[in-house]
Design a binder for this molecule. Structure first.
Ligand code: ADP
Length: 186
């Protein structure tokens, strides 16, 4: 089972990704988590990642594609995987397509978690108080929503045109939403 999960920042992708991946016995791979782990190192690349994430922008496609390609080659991905937060640009879609074509393994479904902007901004501000994530302040949250709308939302049409998109309402309790995802995936 090879799945993608997409949705605006704050839609609950990370939470749902872990539950869905556990259900299907596949790893949940979050590029956001990978970059957060990377940024603590004392290297020029870590500094660059830290600065970009704090601004709410995207890490370059070149770096992101390379990191994902390496991760997907690990043996735990043999039965499949759930990608959370990747692809986020059209170039990342092309890169993922090429990788999947090379291993002869297509994507089964793309889960699109929907939630309106006021709701997701409210959730992120609440998370800011609890987790203290550096990119959860109001200015960065607004920028992340904008970058998502400009660069990532168009990807939904790409996957819709391929007949892979499964839209799920992200509003409601955690279990309520994951039950909707399982029902939609069948
Ligand atoms: P959210 O979707 O809630 O904003 P993530 O944890 O998925 O949070 O991502 C946090 C940040 O990590 C993004 O704002 C971006 O800077 C970086 N990032 C994650 N995935 C990608 C990607 N595929 N391409 C470029 N940057 C990424």
């Amino acid at each position: 089972m090879r799945l993608l999960i997409m949705g605006p920042p704050g839609a609950g992708k990370g939470t749902q990704a872990k539950l869905i991946a556990a259900h299907y016995g596949i790893p949940a791979i979050s590029t956001g988590d990978i970059f957060r782990a990377m940024q603590t190192a004392d290297t020029p690349l870590a500094k660059q990642v830290r600065e970009i994430m704090a601004s709410g922008g995207y890490i370059s496609d070149e770096i992101t594609n390379q990191i994902v390609a390496e991760r997907l080659c690990q043996s735990d991905c043999d039965p499949g995987f759930l990608l959370d937060g990747y692809p986020r640009t059209l170039q990342q879609v092309d890169n993922l397509d090429a990788h999947l074509a090379s291993i002869g393994a297509p994507i089964d479904s793309v889960i699109s978690l929907t939630a309106d902007e006021d709701e997701v901004v409210g959730r992120l501000l609440k998370r800011a108080e609890i987790e203290g994530r550096a990119d959860d302040n109001e200015e960065t949250i607004r920028r992340r929503q904008q970058v998502y709308a400009e660069q990532t939302a168009p990807l939904l049409d790409v996957y819709r045109d391929r007949g892979l998109l499964v839209e799920v309402d992200g509003l409601g309790g955690i279990d309520e939403v994951s039950e909707r995802v399982f029902a939609a995936l069948g």
